[in-house]
Every structure is written in C-alpha cells, then in structure tokens.
Design a protein around this ligand. Structure first.
Ligand SMILES: [Zn+2]
Length: 697
C-alpha cells in the first residue's frame, strides 16, 4: 500500500486519489490503535505532520465556531467546557511533534517547524483575540456566583477568563493586529535562536590525541573515544554537551585545552557567524517590551510575573539579592582556597574560569578525599533508576513495570506502566542517552495529559528525556552525582503529571504557576543523596558492595561544597534574565556590553561566568522561562521548607507523604499555589531552610 502510494505520487498522477489515501493513512487522523492509546511512533512519518497540523487547526476553528454560533445563552458546559475540549487533533499532533523535534530532530523536522510555527502562532492569536468567543466566556465568568460555579468548574472558568484578558482581547483593532504580528515574529525568532544554539553546540568539537588526555580517568577517556568513533574521527573528542566537557575540564591537566573548551562553550551564539544570536536577542527583548506595553504593563517581567507567586519583578529581585550576598562571599572563599593550591604548586598564574572545575575537584579531593571517579561505580543508570523507583514505592506506593513491544521513536527509549497498587496511574517513556539529534539538557513533557472523560480518569502519557552517557562496551552508563540529582529532579516533574487527579487538563499536573512547578522536581533531589536512600540503591557495579558509610559521610560533608560557585553562577543568570526583561522602552542593544554591565553591577567576579550567557540562554529567549529563571530559587525556598517536614517526621513518613501527595502533588492548578502550600505546611514558606541546605547561613 505504501509503495503504491509513493509510485503514484512520483508520477504526479491522480493527486486527488493520493491525497485521500494519505489522509486515510495518516496516523494522527484516527485512534492510534496502540496499548493505552499511546502515540504510534513506529507508524508516524515526517510527512504526516504538516497535513495533521493543518487539519488540526481547521478542526479547532470549527470547534470554536460551534461555540460562538451556539444560539443558547452561554453556560459553563456549552462555553467553558466546550472550549476546554476543543482542538483535540491539534493537541495530539503538537504534543508528538514538538517532543520529537527536541528529542530526535533532523533537518526535515526543523523545516516543518519553521513552516508550521507562524501558522500556529496566527491560529492561536485568532482564537485568543476572538471577541465573540470572549464575550461568551466573559458572560459565564460574570455569572459565576449567580450560577453557583464551584470547585474545579469555578477555577477553570477563572483561569480561562484570565488567559483571554491577558492576551489582549480588550485592545482596539489596530493594536490587536500589531499584537498578532509581534507574536508571530517572537515565535519565529525563538525557533531561529534554538536552531542556532543546537548548531553551535554540535559544530564545536575538540579532537584530541592520546597525549592530550593527561589526567583524564579511564571512564572519561572511553566516553571520549566512543564519541570520536560516532563522529567518524580518530582519537578522542570533547563536545559542547555537559556530560562531555564538564568531566574534561574537571580532570584535564592541560590548561590550554581547558581554555579552548570553556571558550568554545561560552562563545556559542556569539561568534559573529551565521549562527550568531545577538541580533535576535535585541529583537526579542524589544518585541517583548512592546507587547508588555500594549497589554498595559511597564515591562515584560511585570507582565510575566503578574500571574506568578512572586507577583512582580521587585519581589523576585529581592529574593535573589538576599541570597546573592552570602553566595558571592562563599564563592570568593572557594576561589581563595583554589588560588592557595595553585600557589602551593608554584603554578604562577591566577585562577581563570577554565581552571575552576579542575581546582574545585582538587580542593574537594583534599578536603573530603572524594572524587567523582570514586562515586561513579555506585551510580550506574540502573542503580539510580532503582533508587527512584524505591523512593516512589516507599512514599506513594507506586510500582513500575517495564513494557516491551510498545511503539517507540528511538531504540534507546524504555516504556513503563506506573501503578498505585492495582490502579494504573500513567505510562512513562524514558529516553536516557545523549545523541546529536537531541537538544542538550534534561526535561519532562506529556504526550497526553491526565483528565476525566465520562467520569473516568484518562491516564497520562509522560515523557522523561535526559542526556546521560551511553554505556560503552561492558561499562554501564555511570552517572555523576549531579546527573543523579538531575534524574531525580526530572522524575519529580514526571510524578507531578503521573499522580495528578483533577477533572480538567488545563488544571492538571505541571500546568501550575512557573515559580511553583519546580517545587515538585527539586524536592525529589533531596532524597537522591540522603544516606538512608543511598543504602537502598548505590551498589558498586563491579564489586556488588553497598556504598560504604565513609563515602556516604564524604558525600554528606561535600554536599555544600561548591555551593558558592553553583549559587553565584545561577543567580548571575537569574539576575541577567531579569535585567533583560525589565526594560521599559525599545532601544538598540550591544548584547555583550549589556551583559557586562549587568554582571559588573552585581560584582560578579571574572573567574565565574553566569550559568548561561545571553547568546545561548535557551530558557529565557526562546523558552518559556523569560523573566522566570529566578523561579528555580523561589521554588527552592518552598521545597527546602516542605522537605523540613519530612526531615522532622522521617523521610518516608507515610502521613507526611500522604499529605504532600493529596494536598499539593495531585492537585495541579485547582487552587492558588500559596494556598496549596499552606494547606500542606500550615504556614507561609521561610527562606531559612534554603540558606541552611546550601551552607550559606
Ligand atoms: Zn525542572
């Protein structure tokens, strides 16, 4: 059937017939016919996306028209609920396409993204600015008390109404037109920014010979040799992916090569070549100011934070500044320890950014006698997975059953059924290993969200993506302590989605305020390195020995080591983000000068770069974290404080776990975030546990 269709298309004959067949065969157009209705990845082809997007937008428009043209008076059911359930096909294709675009991209998909992004932006604008639709929504919203809307129905009505109000529906026609242009430009610029970062990340590699590898542990060398082989090169290769360059700059004795690697990394998007992002940044910042002004806000930050727990940029600045001073002080102490070591070795140089990881590791070794090479054998991917599953079992009674023969989009992907007792809570896709077609980082997404359909819970289909090193030969994938924490972190997001139990998708799982969402991921990190938990999963894969007490003590003792650096580089990025997004007028930018001034203002020392420089700050320019990078810290105040309850009652205390799950984790956005927190904690959050846990107090 497939061959026939290609032949017909190649001859250019019977195009109508060909179209019909293509439509019948497009897997997005019917049920997936798969276990649990997961996407049939094995059948989806690149050429299926564009027709599905187009038809999805048409159907969504028809759904909206049906709401608008309804002659009955607006009610919750015929307006809010109908709107909530509209555009099903479009959600189906979008959730698959954008996940694959990030996790397993290729030039064709990038091309489709370029074509479809402006269409999607215009499509969502047409709905967001549809006055007839809004007028019905507004009527339901205004009648909400009279009609005694309650619980999730009331919350959904409020959330949808606010979304419209924030998107510019009340603007005069000419301003609405301008807003649409801005949104479309922003969407295209975001794509271009991401594309540039991906190219810059892939394009820069450092090819090394045997003698360039001095100081590198065997495991790091093996991974670099495997990387070289994959790229068809001789010797060893360092790439701009964190699992590659961080071990290199941590162990390499070669200052000259470390310098090349760090400069390669921090100059991404800032080389003046065709992938340069500086001009794009200026455009994005200006368009955002213009959009914020159109919508009645002074700055983009004010617009974005209006809907968050922080409420405004001043509150976000206040928290960051409160932590900045002790963090920088600590970072300077760390620098001084490292410089002493250089001087003792008669190095004859001042520490530079490319020396930081190397000497930090040496100081760590001296202070705690704990190197990553000592811990890695205990932290294989298999062990970490067992650790996470055990924690989930002890806290929430969950079990995970690996499911073979499920449709997957890459042979590395594993699929699990997630059960609470006998109840299936969701399906989990895990895609662990680094590859060129995947963007850097680690993230969680949904293929299908939880909600109730005809009174029955629709199980979510959740995806976890990481960039862990692949197993090499007989050596399993070995994780650093940071990798393990990242794994627990992303798994926390997955749990938020898997355990949510609410009626409506818009209110489900991770669809909460930005500075609240990281509470659920970051709190999971606190179990990762807890001594009681380590004993349950950290077993040496070579000897079978459970992690000994002295290594655990060293991990504990070194837990706050390097927090001066980590907190400082994080806050530098958070403050840079907020500086970019508190501009009040459109202006010309010299991106590097702006960045330099922002860093000088806070007194960032020259030995530390912000965790993300502007030209590859994908969270904030293309991503949804604009004026929102602070949110990780905001949420850390919450998670440190919430975890205090577990510390006091026992880290697996069933009553505390039950309260955490039923009062916050499963609740999605059915209540205001601060209310949910107070329901669990019984008090407003305090910043002290955070400062204590980072060793900054
Ligand atoms: Zn996160």
């Amino acid at each position: 059937m497939k061959k026939q269709l290609i032949a017909i298309a190649a001859l250019g004959l019977f195009s109508a017939c060909g179209t019909k067949n293509a439509e019948e065969m497009n897997p997005f157009f019917s049920d997936y016919h798969t276990p649990y209705g997961v996407p049939c990845f094995d059948k989806i082809k690149n050429e299926d996306y564009l027709p599905a997007f187009k038809k999805g937008m048409e159907q969504h428009d028809a759904d909206i028209d049906a709401i608008v043209n309804n002659t009955d008076a607006p009610t919750f059911d015929n307006t809010i609920l109908a709107y909530e359930n509209s555009g099903e096909l479009l959600s189906r294709v979008s959730s698959v396409f954008f996940n694959i675009l990030e996790a397993n991209s290729n030039d064709t998909l990038a091309q489709i993204a370029n074509e479809v992004t402006p269409l999607l932006s215009a499509h969502s604008d047409n709905i967001a600015l549809n006055e007839n639709l809004f007028s019905r929504i507004k009527t339901v919203y205004e009648n909400r008390e009279k009609d005694s809307l309650k619980g999730e129905d009331l919350r959904l009505t409020e959330v949808i109404y606010k979304d419209f109000a924030r998107s510019g529906i009340n603007l005069p026609a000419d301003k609405k037109e301008r807003l649409k242009e801005i949104n479309s430009s922003l969407a295209s610029l975001a794509l271009k920014f991401n594309e540039n970062v991906l190219k810059e990340t892939n394009d820069f590699t450092l090819v090394l010979t045997e003698e360039d590898t001095d100081g590198l542990p065997q495991g790091v060398k093996d991974a670099m040799a495997a990387e070289a082989k994959a790229l068809g090169k001789q010797g060893y290769v360092v790439t701009m992916q964190k699992p590659s360059w961080i071990p290199f700059v941590t162990y390499s004795t070669r200052r000259d090569l470390r310098e090349k690697v760090i400069k390669g990394y921090v100059m991404r998007g800032d080389r003046g070549n065709e992938n340069d992002n500086k001009e794009i940044i200026g455009k994005i910042v200006n368009l955002r100011v213009e959009k914020a002004n159109l919508l009645g806000f002074d700055t983009w930050g004010a617009y974005m934070l209006d809907e968050n727990m922080a409420k405004n940029p001043q509150n976000a600045y206040a928290l960051m500044n409160q932590v900045w001073i002790p963090a920088l002080k600590k970072a300077k102490e760390e620098l001084s320890d490292m410089q002493k070591m250089v001087n003792a070795e008669k190095g004859g140089f001042d520490i530079q950014p490319w020396d930081w990881w190397y000497y930090a590791e040496k100081v760590r070794g001296q202070k705690f006698d704990l190197s990553e090479e000592m811990t890695k054998p205990y932290f294989t991917l298999e062990n970490a997975t067992k650790g996470i599953f055990t924690v989930c079992e002890k806290l929430y009674g969950l079990s995970f059953v690996e499911k073979q023969d499920m449709p997957i989009f890459h042979p590395d992907v594993k699929v699990y059924e997630v059960y609470d007792g006998d109840t299936l809570m969701g399906i989990l896709y895990c895609d662990y290993f680094v590859r060129q077609s995947k963007r850097p980082g680690a993230w969680m997404t949904d293929y299908r969200s939880e909600k109730y359909v005809d009174g029955k819970r629709q199980v979510p289909v959740v995806s976890l993506t990481c960039n862990f090193p692949k197993p090499v030969g007989d050596t399993p994938s070995q994780l650093s302590i940071d990798d393990v924490k990242t794994y627990f972190h992303e798994f926390g997001h997955c749990l938020h989605s898997l355990l949510t139990d609410v009626k409506y998708e818009t209110l489900a799982g991770t669809n909460v305020q930005h500075d609240f969402v990281e509470l659920f991921s970051q709190i999971m990190e606190r179990w990762a390195m807890h001594p009681e938990v380590l004993k349950l999963y950290a077993v040496n894969h070579k000897t079978g020995e459970v992690i000994p007490d002295d290594i655990i003590k060293k991990i504990e003792a070194s837990d706050t080591f390097g927090q001066g650096f980590a907190t400082t580089e994080f806050l530098a990025a958070g403050l840079l983000d907020m500086d970019w997004h508190t501009r009040t007028a459109v202006q010309e930018y010299d991106v590097n000068a702006f960045e330099k001034e922002a860093m000088n203002k806070i007194g960032l020392i020259k030995e530390i770069y912000p965790r993300y420089r502007s030209t590859y700050f994908t969270h904030i320019f293309p991503g949804g974290y604009s004026a929102g990078y602070y949110a990780y810290l905001w949420a850390e105040v919450l998670d440190a404080d919430a975890f205090e309850s577990f510390v006091q009652n026992g880290i697996f205390d069933p009553a505390t776990a039950k309260a955490f799950r039923t009062k916050m984790l499963s609740k999605g956005n059915t209540k205001d975030a601060m209310e949910l927190f107070m329901d669990f904690k019984g008090a407003e959050p305090s910043v002290t546990p955070l400062l204590k846990s980072r060793g900054l107090l």
